[in-house]
Design a protein around this ligand. Sequence first.
Ligand code: ADP
Ligand code: ZN
Length: 294
Amino acid sequence: MGEIYGALEAGGTKMVCALGDENGRILEQTRIPTTTPEETMSAVLDFFRGRGIRALGIGCFGPVDVNRDSATWGRILDTPKLAWRDYDVAETAAQALGVPVGFDTDVNASLLGEVTYGDSKGLTDVVYYTIGTGIGAGILAGGQLLHGMLHPEAGHMLLTPAPGDTYPGKCPYHGHCFEGLASGPAIADRWGKPAEALKDKPEVWKMEAYYIARALTNTIMILSPQRIILGGGVMHQEQLFPMIRKRVRKNISGYLHTREMEDLDTYIVPASLHDDQGIMGAVRLAIDAASRGV
Ligand code: ADP
Ligand code: ZN
């Protein structure tokens, strides 16, 4: 029998805990609500204890310290969820379980799931955006997850307001950054109803596609990815995909001549792992931690 790996998708509202095999197959899974760190983590660790896991992979809501050489590696940084600020998720788990721990952002884990087990397997340069309560980006460049000085925060790129949009933006730091203008809460705030209740309002999705296409165009020009994957609650509005592709094509204005640009249907795509990309990516983080030995 093969090894068993532990996987944790740590989110602001829930923790998904799973056991997986080396093929990313999920063998068992449970959800625990996110309350205080002590209460939540003790339930999470109870799930993994005594299960013979070889290593644990964690994809965590952020901002987080993912730099292995840093004294605060594995901690949650200045999150608005005050109880979790400075909480040492990775070290707590490593000490309690005595196994190697892999730790990265939730979006990097989703990206890793897609390029390891999903339709983007084998690609080396991919960007994954989640458009939900917040907007986050995971970036794979030259086959490596990009961290840089902290980790990418592409959800906070500044965008100019769409023609006729007087909404000031919801981000407390930047107002009209990508997240401030296009996250689920920004849509709800601008239009007065939750995003999922606005399906029949074409003007909502026209504006949403406008912002997403601006952000993707910037992303394409900076990172030159082979593919962009879009996940998160807002992207359940599937009518957005063709609208976004059309606008991206217009924004690029014939400037790029690559095979990818010829077929935007396979270039700007939904996640392929049916909302399991995050937890499967956490399995991959565990496998990598096991092979590193820490
Ligand atoms: P989170 O970002 O909290 O992990 P989600 O990715 O599900 O979780 O994002 C939640 C956000 O997505 C909420 O703002 C919600 O209004 C929005 N959302 C969820 N489902 C839909 C949908 N079917 N259509 C549009 N917006 C949605
Ligand atoms: Zn912002």
